[in-house]
Design a protein around this ligand. Structure first.
Ligand SMILES: [Zn+2]
Length: 341
């Protein structure tokens, strides 16, 4: 094997210049492989999850596909479960990885998306093996090589691929460029299958997820404007410690924390609402509130002013409707227990 910088640049260029893709697996596989760039070939203080699956011998790296499976699962998990994005052009011939994740979710073992370390642990050995046998090997390994010949060699009938050691420093040095290139391809792909989903590029970039928190000043404005009462049930929450800031359209769908999508809510309403949409009448109240805020936005803090200067009511209404069909689907709409007493 003899990979040098120029060959790798050509390989990645070829991949980035490729036309439309039918599914997300190839960029997700490359995104998973990119972590190999973090492997310290000399250091003993290596914290990389799954480093036990990397063997360096002279100019050859033997990589056990378990290393890829951990990342492959984690990235697909967010796209499928957290963001509910379709990952291939035909939802009926749904990607195997998607059905594996759905099966896994049905076991009820996972309240939150599992971490890399959890996915790499002994308890998930079977799950990783399933991903390798049913998704990575049959759906990615051979096909990616047609786009990037020479990137690796698959050792037949094993779970291992061989790569050139030069790939490690190459990916390390150009990590940001390669990552952004892969994320861009992935975003294009997802936007094709999910026409109305907002902020796809941000959902793809795991390293820079937006904050869920509103600024303290904006929180105070909401407290003041709502008279320290819950937006949904109108009960007084008295002190800020006993209220939450709720994302009206669920955060994982809209994927931003703009003030126009936030209300102050009592803990009970916020917890019971969770990841659901409020019913239409409550959403209309938010629209009215936003029109009021828009008219007096000059009195607000900088962050609030900015949020309302980018507010587009028609877009916001459409986003609520799109969320209903693409994300909320069969869930019941949120309704407070005691509304406007
Ligand atoms: Zn409430």
């Amino acid at each position: 094997m003899n990979g040098n910088t120029l060959q790798y640049v050509r390989m990645f260029n070829r991949f980035f210049n490729k036309g439309a893709m039918a599914a997300t697996y190839k960029p997700i596989f490359l995104r998973s492989l990119l972590d190999l760039g973090d492997y310290d070939t000399h250091g003993s203080n290596n914290k990389l999850v799954g480093k036990q699956w990397i063997e360096v011998d002279g100019d050859t790296v033997t990589l056990d596909l378990n290393f890829i499976a951990v990342r492959f699962l984690r990235y697909c998990w967010d796209l499928e479960h957290s963001f509910k994005l379709k990952q291939s052009s035909n939802p009926n011939t749904s990607a195997t990885i998607v059905s594996i994740i759905r099966q896994e979710l049905r076991t009820g073992k996972h309240k939150n998306p599992p971490s890399f370390a959890t996915l790499a642990s002994k308890q998930n050995e079977k799950l990783r093996s399933k991903v390798i046998q049913e998704s990575i090997k049959p759906q990615v390994l051979k096909y990616l090589l047609t786009d990037m010949p020479g990137l690796y060699v698959h050792q037949k009938r094993t779970n291992k691929i061989k790569l050139d050691t030069n790939l490690i420093p190459f990916m390390n040095k150009h990590r940001t460029i390669i990552k952004n290139g892969i994320n861009y391809k992935l975003t294009l792909c997802l936007e094709t299958f999910n026409k109305s989903a907002p902020n796809v590029a941000m959902k793809v970039d795991q390293d820079s997820y937006p904050s869920r928190k509103l600024s303290a000043v904006s929180e105070e404005i909401l407290d003041f404007e709502q008279g320290h009462r819950c937006f949904y049930c109108d009960r007084s929450y008295e002190i800020p410690k006993r209220r939450h800031i709720d994302h009206v359209i669920p955060f994982n769908y809209i994927f931003s924390t703009d003030a126009y999508n936030c209300v102050a809510a009592c803990i009970r309403c916020n917890s019971s609402k969770s990841d659901r949409l409020p019913r239409q009448e409550l959403f209309d109240d938010v629209l009215d509130r936003n029109t009021r805020f828009l008219n007096k936005r000059d009195k607000f803090s900088r962050a609030m002013r900015h949020s309302f200067s980018t507010y587009d009511q028609e877009w916001y209404k459409r986003t609520y409707d799109n969320c209903k069909t693409d994300y909320h689907v069969d869930s019941l709409f949120f309704e407070p227990v005691e509304y406007a007493v």
